[in-house]
Design a protein around this ligand. Structure first.
Ligand SMILES: C[S@@+](CC[C@H](N)C(=O)[O-])C[C@H]1O[C@@H](n2cnc3c(N)ncnc32)[C@H](O)[C@@H]1O
Length: 217
């Protein structure tokens, strides 16, 4: 009880000072116990380099690449949920020259707690080579805003990987249908971690294809 109170107070004070405390995992605590040289910052650096949280795996990336390189229809590719541009770069690597790629994010979440403007700047820097070659176009806005303002060609493919709550995914699928997307796919079809994604995707007939947790309607 007292422990919890101390933790909450420290967290609040840190938040006021602009510091975010991310608890170590059990495994990280064990490693720290076994190695006197390990510091908290080492785990932060490791997290930043390995970027395991929130991004598609290599196997899923290969599958996404296949979907993109096999596109037969005209129209842009839309990605909902850019984060730091990992899946965006996969799409860039596999898409035809001349195809448009629009990636949408409101920069509301990232695993390091970077503030939205810094998150956006970081992603823009990660993608600077691609952006200077013409694609992708980064749109800093919510999925809802995007579906309301978009007036271009029907997308050849929409990749949904933003808010994983049921209502949000349902809204993304509806948005994709409204725009006439030929292929609707997304990430995190995983009952344990993201039940909302599974529920929403199942309501639209379930995945026709599933690799890892990357689903295609
Ligand atoms: C799981 S990450 C995307 C990972 C990325 N596709 C990848 O594999 O590298 C989810 C992203 O969706 C964004 N997001 C969350 N809710 C959103 C919303 N309503 N509209 C737009 N973006 C949103 C977050 O800011 C975050 O960057």
């Amino acid at each position: 009880m007292l422990n919890e109170l101390i933790k909450t107070t420290v967290r609040k004070l840190c938040a006021l000072a602009g510091i975010q405390i991310v608890p170590l995992t059990k495994h990280q605590k064990e490693l720290m116990g076994n190695d006197a040289n390990l510091r908290y910052r080492h785990f932060c650096i490791q997290d930043a380099i390995t970027m395991q949280r929130g991004q598609i795996t290599l196997k899923e990336a290969r599958f996404l690449g296949q979907l993109v390189s096999n596109l037969e229809t005209k129209g842009p590719i839309i990605e909902i949920g850019t984060l730091f541009g990992w899946s965006t770069r996969i799409i860039c690597l596999f898409m035809d020259n001349g195809r448009e790629l629009i990636t949408v994010d409101n920069y509301s979440w990232n695993p390091f707690g970077l503030p939205p403007d810094m998150h956006f700047e970081t992603t823009r820097t990660v993608l600077k080579d691609e952006i200077s070659s013409g694609q992708p176009q980064l749109m800093k806005m919510s999925n809802t805003e995007f579906y309301n303002i978009y007036s271009g060609l029907s997308p050849a493919l929409i990749f949904i990987d933003a808010d994983h709550e049921y209502e949000a995914v349902k809204m993304d699928i509806e948005g994709a249908k409204k725009l006439g997307a030929k292929i609707i796919c997304g990430h995190d079809y995983d009952e344990r971690r993201c039940p909302g994604v599974v529920k929403a995707v199942d309501e639209y007939g379930g995945p026709k294809r599933l690799v890892g947790s990357l689903w295609v309607l």
